[in-house]
Design a protein around this ligand. Structure first.
Ligand SMILES: NC(=O)c1ccc[n+]([C@@H]2O[C@H](COP(=O)([O-])OP(=O)(O)OC[C@H]3O[C@@H](n4cnc5c(N)ncnc54)[C@H](O)[C@@H]3O)[C@@H](O)[C@H]2O)c1
Length: 328
């Protein structure tokens, strides 16, 4: 039995708890959260125990930790897990500061522990199918990418204040999609943005709408548009144009039922938010992590991917603040 501890009993921790507990041969042993009531509730749902971090790192039976606690806890927990030689599944971003994130990558590398960063979009069946078809050569070499990434609504301003800003919190996923699909690194980034949906976000020093243009080292182009409010739901689409054609990834709907009436043809709105849209991706990501730790397979979303996405988020933040093109 592979014994696992989970940090964080919030939105994403709740999802990961279910996915850890449902893996064959895996026992979700501990839930750690500074909110003890939240930890106890989640532990109760999965037959786990609550614990503090020391107990987890001192327990030699724990093979892996899943870090789904607030972003500002990630680096410390990665360093402690690497020291204790526990495999690591850590949510994005690795940290808000590149130096600390790089120190985590070095610790992971020197300890040799498995470390997966939670870029779940790569495990999503729709997005993964596009990637496979690009790899099979269906559209030739990808030349342009357009990513649309719109949330149905903003998180509470207290979350925004601790999030590191929209580029590190939200677009980090889009930057990872860009690198994964284009198989190229950014040479230049230009990011502009506004606060359009809630002035409390501007008061917290952040923006809620962005338009980012990236030119790759190979001269190929990507555009990413994001906003923290789309009244029709979570809007997650991208299209990639290659020398031989184009592939598009559309939204998922709860059902495929359409109503045809005298006035209009209507269908379900997209699935509401990330917990619904990426349900399958989170399951597959956890199954992949368990496969990596039990069968010694390499992980597909590494801490180096986490660093690269953070470098892009940093560059975009600078570009937006200083209103200039940033070279990487
Ligand atoms: N990959 C994704 O799609 C995705 C989606 C949402 C959130 N996230 C990431 O997951 C992390 C958590 O986000 P969330 O939306 O679940 O937030 P959340 O606020 O719902 O939950 C965070 C939990 O961490 C707990 N916590 C804080 N400090 C702790 C500590 N020292 N030890 C243990 N627990 C602690 C909090 O009490 C809270 O219960 C963030 O880093 C976020 O960027 C990733």
């Amino acid at each position: 039995m592979t014994e696992v501890a989970l940090f964080g009993a919030g939105r994403i921790g709740t999802i990961h708890a279910g996915n850890v507990a449902s893996q064959p041969g895996v026992k979700l042993k501990y839930i750690v959260d500074v909110d003890r009531a939240a930890a106890a509730k989640l532990a109760g749902q999965h037959g786990a125990q609550t614990a503090d971090a020391e107990a987890v790192f001192d327990d030699s039976a724990i093979a892996a930790v899943v870090i789904g606690s607030s972003t500002d806890t990630h680096a410390d927990l990665i360093l402690r897990a690497a020291k204790a030689r526990k495999a690591i599944f850590c949510e994005k971003p690795v940290d808000l500061e590149l130096d600390r994130a790089r120190a985590c990558a070095e610790a992971v590398q020197s300890s040799g522990v498995v470390c997966l960063i939670g870029f779940q979009r790569r495990y999503d069946p729709t997005f993964a199918a596009i990637k496979a078809r690009i790899t099979q050569g269906e559209i030739g070499k990808p030349e342009m990418l357009i990513v649309t990434s719109r949330d149905p609504g903003a998180p509470p301003v207290d979350y925004i204040k601790r999030s590191g800003g929209i580029f590190k919190d939200m677009l980090i996923h889009d930057f990872d999609v860009f690198r994964w699909i284009m198989e190229d690194e950014a040479a230049t980034v230009y990011a502009t943005g506004s606060c359009l949906t809630d002035q409390a976000i501007a008061a917290a020093g952040d923006i809620d709408a962005t338009a980012v243009t990236i030119r790759t080292r190979g001269g190929r182009l990507a555009q990413i548009n994001t906003i923290r409010r789309a009244v029709y739901g979570y809007d997650q689409r991208f299209e990639v144009l290659g020398s031989k054609g184009m592939l598009q990834a559309g939204n998922h709907r709860p059902t495929e039922v359409t109503l045809w009436s005298s006035g209009a043809i209507t269908a379900d709105k997209p699935e509401y938010f990330f917990l619904e849209r990426y349900r399958a991706a989170y399951q597959m990501e956890m199954a992949h992590f368990v496969d990596a730790i039990t069968n010694g397979k390499p992980v597909r979303t590494t801490i180096e991917d986490g660093i690269k996405a953070l470098e892009l988020a940093d560059a975009a933040t600078t570009s937006w603040r200083e209103q200039r093109i940033v070279k990487l």
